[in-house]
Design a protein around this ligand. Structure first.
Ligand code: PMP
Length: 391
């Protein structure tokens, strides 16, 4: 029996495949976008889950829209970030990944066009492929999606959706500045096209002034948020912020998918957000991650070959690199793994023509001393003479 046509050609995520290999304890992995496990607030979550599970109502089925208190607390947090939000604007989802799947279910017909910045988050590409969409790349530069390129795609291909990670993007770490956000939101509005803003990293800023989410720039923006990077990804808690015209359909799609997100997990998150200073926790994460980012960036000149280029992210989790001389990062990966270090080759992040010389490094998972050791192992993989500059 063969799978449905729209699933043919959808590949497994190499990041998830790599996770198995990188779980070997001797491997220092820069591959997965994993938060630092030792920085999880274990005491806070233990308390929250103990309190939540003591209340029978939290072991019962719950409303599809989500826990009322959790929605109110998230609405408040979004409002403070510059996006005025009411509880009724939010649907709690099982990770923000589910919010993306729900959007593709309710908005896309097979064959519809989705415009994405290139390169982009590969699980979003999988999601669009499974929906049977035709994915069209929009050029991006150091400031993310290029408005002129988007304008061309809008006029030529009439996409139903535009998908972007405007803040500390996966995989590039790039951030769109204010003016560009406004231009892109205006373009979406003029062409009456939905703009999906996927924002799991927005609160993890290590330098520079915060830029308001795109959702504050126009009515055509569908915002995806997540507790994965500021709380813990194992919670699988995210949310969709959408206009009232879409909400009833999104709720029906969610009912058909899983009835609702885990009652107990939502209740624990509501308890946690009520009792904990999440801003202080995020500030602690930002301090630690800044140090890790700097450790990686400082090591790069002696790790990668001359003429390699890379991004300098102001936040988030990722550095995106390009090796010179038509190098192929997929071919180099077995050598890296035999040196007990891992990265993700860049090719799967491209919607159409991959650039095989690119790759992504995540700097949040490992403490600074392991980053230094991992970068040394990478330098051996690339035959970079680190020892000359670090006697
Ligand atoms: N969007 C992007 C851009 C991501 O990088 C990730 C996580 N890797 C997700 C969505 C999924 O996040 P969640 O854990 O909330 O499902």
């Amino acid at each position: 029996m063969s799978p449905a046509r729209r699933l043919q050609g959808v590949k497994s995520s190499p990041v998830r495949d790599l996770l198995a290999l990188t779980l070997r304890p001797e491997v220092i992995s820069f591959a997965g976008g994993l938060p630092a496990p030792e920085l999880f607030d274990v005491d806070g979550w233990t308390d929250a889950f103990a309190k939540a599970s003591g209340d029978r109502r939290n072991l019962q089925y719950g409303p599809t829209e989500g826990d009322a208190l959790l929605r109110a607390l998230i609405a408040d947090r979004m409002t403070h970030r510059g996006v005025p939000t009411a509880e009724s604007d939010l649907l709690i989802t099982t990770g923000s990944q589910q919010a993306l799947t729900l959007l593709t279910t309710i908005l896309l017909e097979p064959g519809d066009v989705v415009a994405v910045e290139e390169p982009t988050y590969l699980a979003a590409l999988q999601c669009f492929q499974i929906a049977g969409a035709h994915v069209v790349p929009v050029a991006s530069d150091d400031q993310g999606m290029v408005p002129e390129s988007l304008a061309e795609v809008l006029a030529r291909d009439h996409p139903t959706l535009i998908y972007a990670v405007p803040t500390f993007a996966n995989p590039t770490g790039r951030t769109q500045p204010r003016e560009r956000r406004q231009e892109i939101a205006n373009l979406a509005a003029t062409h009456n096209t939905w703009l999906v803003e996927d924002d799991p990293y927005g609160e993890l800023r290590y330098e520079g002034a915060p830029v308001p989410p795109m959702a504050s720039y126009g009515d055509k923006v569908l915002y995806l948020g997540s507790l994965s990077k500021i709380g813990a990804p194992g919670l699988r808690l995210g949310w969709l912020r959408a206009p009232q015209e879409l909400m009833p359909t999104a709720v029906i799609a969610k009912q058909a998918t899983d009835l609702h997100t885990s009652t107990i997990d939502q209740a624990a998150a509501a308890t946690y957000l009520s009792n904990t200073d999440l801003n202080a926790h995020v500030a602690m994460l930002c301090g630690a991650y800044k140090h890790r980012r700097d450790t990686m960036l400082n090591a790069l000149p002696t790790t990668v070959p001359t003429n390699t280029t890379w991004t300098t992210p102001e936040g988030g989790m990722f550095v995106w690199l390009r090796l010179p001389d038509n190098a192929n990062t997929e071919h180099l990966l077995p050598k890296a793994l035999s040196n007990n270090v891992a990265y993700v080759p860049g090719a799967p992040f491209f919607a159409t023509t991959p650039d095989h010389a690119t790759f992504r490094l995540s700097f949040t998972t490992n403490p600074p001393e392991e980053i230094t050791e991992g970068m040394h192992r990478l330098s051996q993989t690339f035959n970079t003479p680190t020892k000359q500059t670090h006697p």
